[in-house]
Every structure is written in C-alpha cells, then in structure tokens.
Design a protein around this ligand. Structure first.
Ligand SMILES: *Cc1c(COP(=O)(O)O)cnc(C)c1O
Length: 377
C-alpha cells in the first residue's frame, strides 16, 4: 500500500507534470512574471467555468476576503456576521478592517452557518453576512440571500473550500458556489480543491462597478497609472501560479469527482456504525466537493482516535479544535455560551480523514477498518 497522506500533492502533480512544466517554462521564457498572459487566460477560463462576469485574481484567499470587504465600502463599526466554526482568516480580516465581527453558531448536519442564528444576530448596525462554504458544501444560500435582501445586507461568500461545487435551489436551478452572493473570495492555497504551487486567490462578482473598484484596490488603489484614488493594497497572482492554475482548472471537475467517490466509499463503510456520524450529502455529486471528509465521533474519544490513527500511519486533522468566539483574539463580552451550542459540541467531535484526488481503494479500506476497529473496541 502507498503511504497514506492527508493531501497528496505530489501524486496529483505526477499526472500533469508535462503540462505544468511546459506552462512554467513558457513563463520563464517570456519573463512576464507579473500580469503575464497566463494571469489573463486563467481569469477568463475561471469566469467561464463559474458562469460569473468578473474574476479578480489576487495574492491569497485572506487578501481576497479583505479586498472584497474594502470594495463594498464597509466602515469601522459596521457589523459583519460570520460562522463561529471556520478557519480564522474570515474573522481576521473583519477585525483588521475595524469592522465588528459577529460570530454565530452553525448547523450540526452540514457544519455551515445557521440561518436562525443569523436572523437572531441582525441589528441596525449589521452590514454584511459572510457564509463560509465549509468543507466543500454550500451554506443555505437561498435563505441567506432572502434575509440579506430583507435587511439590505451584502453577502460575501467565503468560497475557499468549495470551488467547483454547485448550489441547488428549491426550484431545481443551480449556480456555482461563489457566483451567488454580491461578491465571493477564494483561495488557491496548494491543498485547496483548486490549488496552485504557492499562494494565490481571487475575488468573484457579477457587479461591473464593484469589479472595477476591486481591480483598483488590488493594485494600490490605481485606476490610472500613478493616480491613487483610493487606499489600496498590493495583491497579485503571479504568472507562474496562474500557469499552474490554468493547467489544473480543466481537471477541477474530475478532481472533485475523485474526492466525491472517496467520500462515498468512506460513508458506505461507516454506515450503521454507532459512535460515528458521517457527513450529510446527497446523490448529486456537484453539491459537495469534499475539501474535507469530516466525521463526528460521539463516544467522547475523538482525541484518542486521532492518536490511534497516527500510530497506525494514518494522518488526520481536527478542523477546527477551538471555536473562534473562544480564541483570545476574537472573544467578546457580548457573546453568550448558550448561543454556540453546536460549535462547542463539534470542536470536541470532529475529525477529518485523508481526502485528496489520489486516494485508492486499498488506502480507504485500511483507514475505515482502523476507524471502525477503534470505535468498537
Ligand atoms: C484557506 C482558507 C482561507 C484563506 O486562504 P489563504 O489563501 O490561505 O489566505 C480563508 N477561508 C477559509 C474558509 C479557508 O479555508
């Protein structure tokens, strides 16, 4: 059996080596390292893949979130609602811009922001909602967009973990994750579903005026060379990363399908196991792109399972071990523990198993047999 890895970037690279090397070579030969032709090509390719009018490439996913919020003109003191159970980048940029983060609880079944909790958290100061499509599955965007329209709020999708996923509306229509809110941010960090070989990110929007604003912000607030109309930042996707991404984008659906197949195989093996709650997902493979495959271990022995798996050569992860509202940087006296019942429980139960495009059946069988042996011990 091949050594099991949490993410197998090397294995994936082997299959696309020639294409990637050719593209990187081209960047080297043309020496257009910043804003070269691959940046433009990847931007156009991604716009058509997502069915969105504007993709604005930038340096990483955290910048993408920050720039999106700057572009919307959010001001210090504005309240921004986001999920308590997510990676810190989301709340970090809210705080950095001196906006007021308002963390709310999530759902136990899909790990995504709770619509009821959003409703409860809205005040006259609320200006935006940031749903995070956690682990590869969209938050309840239909309900979130309705609430936003009702209260005149912006919706900024954090799509760092769900690129390529679709959201299905009640009427059967669908849209790609990141093409639903007013603006979206994504990350091309190497381990994401569409990862480059360094840092990268992008902002998406259908709004022409906002897209124009964002293009200036990523480039020092310049709309005309050396005329700085607004305070901007320097946030660029470099040509080498764009070349890698242009080579990988045509394979994104295939990559996401490989993840979905691995998830199906995991869930089939865990079916009926006491103490294990498998992630909730439908037969529609577009709806979940499994950035992570995350179980809940309900016998109180999650930490022991982590140790046991590691001892057996199986890497795993706990995303996330501490709710954001309990992190030193983000605690706030306004928070009430009773409002974070689900997150407080999830942080004790979740474990993410190896998930990537190169997992084979033998590896999955080995992983599931070890997990099952542990919980039945
Ligand atoms: C990875 C990630 C980010 C940040 O992306 P970087 O490119 O690492 O800055 C933001 N939000 C979520 C949910 C992420 O998973």
């Amino acid at each position: 059996m091949k050594k099991i890895q949490m993410v197998d970037l090397k294995g994936q690279y082997e299959a696309i080596k020639d294409t990637v090397k050719g593209a990187i070579d081209e960047v080297l030969e043309t020496s257009a390292f910043i804003n070269g032709p691959y940046v433009h090509q990847f931007q156009k390719d991604l716009e058509s893949y997502l069915g969105i009018k504007h993709v604005i490439p930038c340096a990483n996913g955290t910048d993408a979130l920050q720039i999106a919020m700057m572009g919307l003109g959010l001001k210090p003191g504005d309240e921004v609602i986001t999920a308590d159970f997510t990676f810190a980048a989301t709340v970090e940029v809210i705080a950095l811009l001196q906006l007021t983060p308002v963390l709310v609880d999530v759902n136990a079944d899909d790990f995504n922001i709770s619509v009821e909790a959003i409703k409860k958290a809205i005040t006259p100061k609320t200006k935006a909602i940031v749903p995070v499509h956690l682990f590869g599955r969209c938050a309840n965007m239909e309900a979130i967009m309705e609430i936003a329209a009702e209260h005149n709020l912006y919706v900024i999708e954090d799509n760092a973990q769900a690129i390529g996923a679709s959201y299905l509306y009640k009427d059967g229509s669908k849209k790609k994750a990141g093409a639903i809110g007013h603006v979206a941010a994504t990350s091309f960090f190497p381990s994401k579903n569409l990862g480059c070989y360094g840092d990268g990110g992008a902002i998406f929007t259908n709004d022409d005026e906002l897209a124009h604003t964002l293009r200036g912000i990523v480039n020092h607030g310049m709309y005309e060379r050396y005329h700085h109309d607004v305070v901007g930042v320097n946030s660029r996707l470099d040509s080498m990363q764009a070349a890698v991404l242009a080579a990988k984008l045509p394979r994104l659906d295939q990559y996401n399908e490989a993840r979905y197949r691995a998830a199906q195989k995991y869930s089939a093996a865990f079916k009926g196991q006491e103490h294990i709650i498998t992630p909730d997902f439908s037969d529609n493979k577009e709806e979940h792109v499994f950035h992570q495959y995350t179980l809940r271990i309900t016998n109180g022995k999650r930490d022991e399972l982590v140790k046991f798996l590691n001892e057996n050569g199986i890497p795993c992860g706990v995303y996330y071990p501490i709710p954001l509202h309990l992190q030193k940087a983000y605690t706030d006296s306004r928070y009430n523990e009773a409002d974070f019942e689900v997150t407080n429980q999830l942080v004790k139960e979740v474990i993410s198993l190896p998930m990537h495009t190169e997992l084979d059946d033998e590896q999955i069988d080995f992983i599931t047999s070890k997990v099952i042996a542990f919980v039945n011990d």
